[in-house]
Design a protein around this ligand. Structure first.
Ligand code: 13P
Length: 253
């Protein structure tokens, strides 16, 4: 049974947003199994930390029904810019909010790299997310080649300008995800992530936007990452797939 009324999103309660991005992992049964191991580890999690799971579309409903309105918010990994229409394979904002979805990842580098996502389509998807009452998590980041050519600052600045044109910065999360650090175990130095996130913040009209770091965040490095003054959260891939490791990340010291 689906929720009768869509749950519209409010901007995150705190500045700290820790989100798992499950990518194309977990069936419904596996998602439930994860919840069983994870929920019990949140009793000490500070209230001002927003805990989000961005899961495959097929797992949204079962998670929503089993969260019992609790501590975890759920998110999707993409949204189309139209409200409905002949767009095979796409999904609308209303389809997501009906399932209790509060967040949506937009412009992840895997979508840009493998599925032709551009700054223009990212911008349209961000607008659609906000219009539907969802909080978008906008991902930006440079490739290894761009970093080696000293283009990091220009690439990020270009993405922020283009992606955020006309976007309300009151209901927004940004994730800095250097592409070379994703899924590689090759984490960006905490101080360097802090520097780039500071540059992103200096470009925003709302300096209070929550800005996450993403790229090989693990239990072993999360404390150092979260100790950085500019870093407000984390977007976690691989380490969000097991209850114990994601719980340790959410409960960072
Ligand atoms: P990993 O944590 O597996 O490096 O993935 C990061 C990511 O892409 C989150 O969106």
């Amino acid at each position: 049974m689906r929720n009768a009324t869509p749950i519209y999103s409010e901007p995150p309660v705190g500045q700290i947003v820790i989100a798992g991005n499950w990518k194309m992992y977990k069936t419904q049964a596996e998602a439930l199994e994860f919840l069983k191991g994870f929920l019990g580890q949140l009793s000490e999690t500070p209230e001002d930390r927003e805990v989000v799971l961005c899961v495959p579309f097929t797992a949204l409903s079962i998670l929503s029904k089993n969260l019992h309105g609790g501590r975890i918010k759920i998110g999707a990994q993409n949204i189309h810019w139209e409200t409905e229409g002949a767009y095979t394979g796409e999904i609308s904002g209303a389809m997501l909010t009906e399932l209790g979805c509060r967040y949506v990842v937009v412009g992840h580098s895997e979508r840009r790299q493998y599925f032709g996502e551009t700054d223009e389509t990212v911008n349209k998807r961000l607008k659609a997310a906000q219009a539907a009452g969802l909080t978008p998590i906008l991902c930006v980041g440079e490739t290894k080649e761009q970093r080696d050519r000293n283009e990091t600052e220009a690439v990020i600045a270009g993405q922020i300008t283009a992606d955020l044109a006309g976007i309300d910065q009151q209901n927004l999360v940004i994730a800095y995800e250097p592409i070379w650090a994703i899924g590689t175990g090759d984490t960006c130095e905490a101080a360097e992530a802090n520097r780039v996130i500071g540059l992103i913040r200096s470009q925003l009209s709302n300096p209070n936007v929550s800005i996450q770091y993403g790229g090989s965040v693990k239990p072993a490095n999360v404390d150092e990452i979260m100790a950085q003054p500019e870093i407000d959260g984390a977007l976690v891939g691989g380490a969000s797939l097991t209850p114990d490791s994601f719980a340790r990340i959410v409960n960072f010291q």
